[in-house]
Design a protein around this ligand. Sequence first.
Ligand SMILES: [Zn+2]
Length: 142
Amino acid sequence: MNPLAASKPLPRINPDNQPFWDYCRRHELRFQKCLACGHTRFPASILCPRCYSREARWILSEGQGTVYTYAVYHKAFHPAYADELPYVTAVVALSEGPHLLTNIVGCLPKEVYCDMPVTLVWEDIDGSFSLPKFKPVRQDAR
Ligand SMILES: [Zn+2]
């Protein structure tokens, strides 16, 4: 593990997102699905942004999606990321609907493209957080 990983900024926990990060620590990517209108939302919130219902359940994502947009970082805006340059930050559109700001790993930055099929992988940080990241779905994977 990168010795600087622990010094990276970590997600800020609040009562709305606490369940999301608890599920992530168990390597379960879950989103709230509104029981009134069926909208699947991210980030987590107490109310459905479409119909204002408070009733929701946490559905398990299949972890499949496509790159909606991305950027390749060639400059470290935080010193803990300096040895990872260049790296890819992306918005991944999940098959369940939510769009997640994340990283694309497991390939060269130049291999990333919009609409690229990606699948979920986990990066564990000190046992306190597991971050959902994505890698390419290789058509020629064996
Ligand atoms: Zn709703």
